[in-house]
Design a protein around this ligand. Structure first.
Ligand SMILES: Nc1ncnc2c1ncn2[C@@H]1O[C@H](COP(=O)(O)OP(=O)(O)OP(=O)(O)O)[C@@H](O)[C@H]1O
Length: 303
């Protein structure tokens, strides 16, 4: 019998997973998985739980939570040679990764996808000694994800982020950075930089339209120094995916990226605080296998 380990964050999103756990366990049992679970207790706990699951030779690990929980599970397995396949049950406020690979927010449909068993390989980003599956970023506006209280997310969902974003607008400013990407260099003031693996960030699904999740490349997006009015105009364009032709935006695919600055710049990794720069980004090509609804995967993401 195959063994599955569920690692779930009981505080994710609207805090509903626990209620559905018996049904999830039953469905997996019927499908031939002997399943056990671990409820995370706080930051970093899912990393350790995932490491233990690898050491205990579970066949698959199911991350039930938001992008933060999935990030920790991937970080936990990434150092190992034999990495179990990963299932995702999106329970967070933002589930950018799940959205990028078309895993629905419906718990039972998400479990069915795992049971069906189709997987695709997915690139993982490594920066300094940390990992990301979706996006890494720097610049004041990317810090907004840590300033939204969990209670507010439980109550308002995604809206909590937009409200915080509006509140932060007056305080965002540019920082002088040096960004080396493959053979090119950007050295100037920037509002933010994003290093993306998927096309979907915080509900902006067209932010990096031609990114592929398993081509071994990052989508690098740099927003040069602009004033607040221009920033809002570009954010509005970004919702429609029309920001890429703007002269204030640099958008390139790159495999190796290095960011340095004389100022203190915080790194945001999949929505959580991820240390400070200097940062060297490596793309771990097809590092994990993830259960997905294979028929819905975009052509450029199919292996
Ligand atoms: N029992 C817990 N209590 C408080 N925080 C926790 C607990 N377990 C995990 N966490 C932390 O919560 C963070 C965020 O969780 P997660 O991404 O799953 O859900 P979310 O906050 O609802 O959604 P999102 O981050 O997508 O907005 C995790 O990275 C982890 O550090």
């Amino acid at each position: 019998m195959k063994r599955a380990r569920i690692i779930y964050n009981p505080t994710s999103g609207r805090e509903l997973f626990k209620k559905h756990l018996p049904g999830v366990l039953e469905a997996l049992e019927i499908a031939g998985y002997e399943t056990s679970c671990h409820a995370t207790t706080g930051e970093g706990d899912a990393i350790n739980a995932a490491k233990k699951a690898v050491e205990n030779k579970f066949d698959i690990i199911i991350a039930a939570g938001g992008d933060g929980t999935l990030n920790e599970v991937v970080a936990g397995v990434s150092e190992f040679e034999n990495r179990p396949k990963i299932g995702v049950i999106p329970m967070g406020t933002t589930n950018d990764f799940a959205r990028a690979v078309h895993i629905p927010r419906d718990i039972h449909r998400a479990v069915e996808i795992i049971i069906k068993g189709d997987t695709i390989p997915v690139d993982v980003g490594k920066v300094n000694d940390r990992y990301f599956i979706n996006i890494a970023g720097g610049g004041r506006i990317t810090e907004l994800t840590y300033e939204v209280p969990s209670k507010l997310k439980t109550m308002l969902g995604q809206l909590a982020y937009y409200l915080k974003g509006i509140e932060m607008l007056p305080s965002i400013n540019a920082t002088k950075v040096r960004i080396e990407y493959d053979d090119e260099v950007f050295e100037d003031e920037a509002m933010m930089f994003l290093v993306g693996l998927t096309n979907s960030v915080g509900g902006f699904e067209k932010l990096a339209p031609n990114s592929s999740i398993n081509d071994g490349k990052f989508s690098l997006l740099i927003l040069k120094k602009v004033n607040i009015a221009e920033f809002i105009r570009l954010a509005t364009l970004a919702i429609r995916g029309e920001h890429l032709g703007d002269p204030h935006v640099i958008y390139k695919k790159a495999t190796n990226i290095k960011v340095t600055s004389d100022d203190k710049v915080l790194l945001n990794l999949d929505g959580e605080y991820g240390g400070t720069i200097p940062a060297t980004f490596h793309n771990l090509y097809r590092h994990i296998e993830v259960f997905v609804p294979i028929d819905e995967i975009r052509e450029q993401d199919r292996p």
